[in-house]
Design a protein around this ligand. Structure first.
Ligand SMILES: [Fe+2]
Length: 321
């Protein structure tokens, strides 16, 4: 919406600039210079051509300013014919003013282009600094998770690798893959808020304990949201246990309500949980894990799962495990 508003504002400003150029041009040509008073008014309108040029540079950028300065110079040169009766001085006057319009157009366009370039460099720098700060914060969280529970941290790293490969198979852009990789690295950071006797319990969990474990998605989102630039990652992590059929948690979202990257993350998470060694189960081979996941119809993102199947079918034995 703001982009549309910017375009509307720019169109409105463009309209006013063209309109003022037309009015100034018309008034300038209409006022003759037969008398001294007329000549004075004529000079004022002649100088007024500079206003739309400067306004175009400030509001619309370098190219419109250059175009307008060329149009002003051309109009003024045409006008030189009408004042040729004033002799060589009048013509020289018109030529000089035309040159002034072009000069002001070039200077203001250069100034605007320089300011734009500096603003872009500054914004790029700010974005990079914010991204670096966000990455450092996520790395610290990942480190804290490793201190708390080495197994969960190792699981997150495995999920991050698998998710990135599934995402690449889906043809995600480099930028989307980075977001997915980062979200996967911290997707279980909320488990730092789960009590040890529940988090590390080797046996089956009670319903109350399962509820505590399931809160790790909400806890993770609460930890991640305050980090500037990690808002989308927080949302993906919040949704990494949601299922397309609405049977997931914490919000029981359906299909398209679930962020696409959360769907891919979930596929990688389930696969990693099946193929990695746990105290209470033997790790599955990738083919076994995929065949087990086939039975989770409706509970996995179909595109993500299809990509994982392709990956496992093409993978060198054991590489994904
Ligand atoms: Fe999780």
């Amino acid at each position: 919406m703001p982009v549309l508003q910017d375009v509307t504002n720019a169109s409105r400003k463009g309209y006013w600039i063209v309109a003022s150029f037309a009015v100034i041009g018309f008034a300038h040509l209409a006022v003759g210079n037969a008398t001294h008073a007329q000549h004075l008014v004529h000079l004022v309108f002649g100088a007024a051509y500079l206003l739309p040029i400067v306004a175009a540079a400030a509001w619309l950028g370098a190219r419109p300013a250059l175009l307008l300065s060329a149009a002003s110079a051309a109009t003024y040169l045409l006008h030189a014919r009408t004042i040729s009766g004033n002799g060589p001085m009048g013509i020289a006057n018109a030529l000089v003013l035309s040159a002034v319009f072009l000069f002001v157009g070039v200077v203001s366009a250069t100034l605007v282009a320089t300011a734009d370039r500096e603003r872009r460099v500054r914004l790029d720098g700010e974005r990079t600094a914010q991204r670096d700060a966000m990455m450092q914060a996520l790395a610290s969280l990942s480190g804290a998770l490793r201190q708390r529970d080495d197994g969960t941290a190792a699981h997150c790293e495995r999920v991050a690798c698998i998710a990135a490969r599934v995402g690449a198979t889906l043809g995600l852009s480099e930028e989307r893959l980075q977001v997915l990789h980062l979200a996967a690295l911290v997707h279980d950071v909320g488990k730092t808020g789960v009590r040890d006797d529940v988090l590390l319990k080797p046996g089956e969990l009670t319903a109350e304990e399962r509820g505590r474990i399931e809160r790790h998605t909400v806890l993770a989102a609460e930890i991640l949201r305050p980090i500037r630039g990690a808002e989308e990652i927080a949302e993906i992590v919040l949704c990494h246990h949601e299922c397309p059929d609405g049977s997931g948690y914490p919000r029981r979202l359906h299909g398209n309500q679930i962020p696409a990257l959360a769907g891919v993350l979930r596929v990688a998470d389930v696969f990693a949980a099946l193929v990695e060694p746990r105290a209470y189960k033997v790790p599955m081979r990738p083919e076994e894990a995929v065949s087990r996941m086939s039975s989770l119809q409706g509970r996995l993102d179909p595109d993500g799962f299809a990509a994982l199947q392709r990956l496992v079918a093409a993978d060198t034995p054991g590489d994904l495990a």
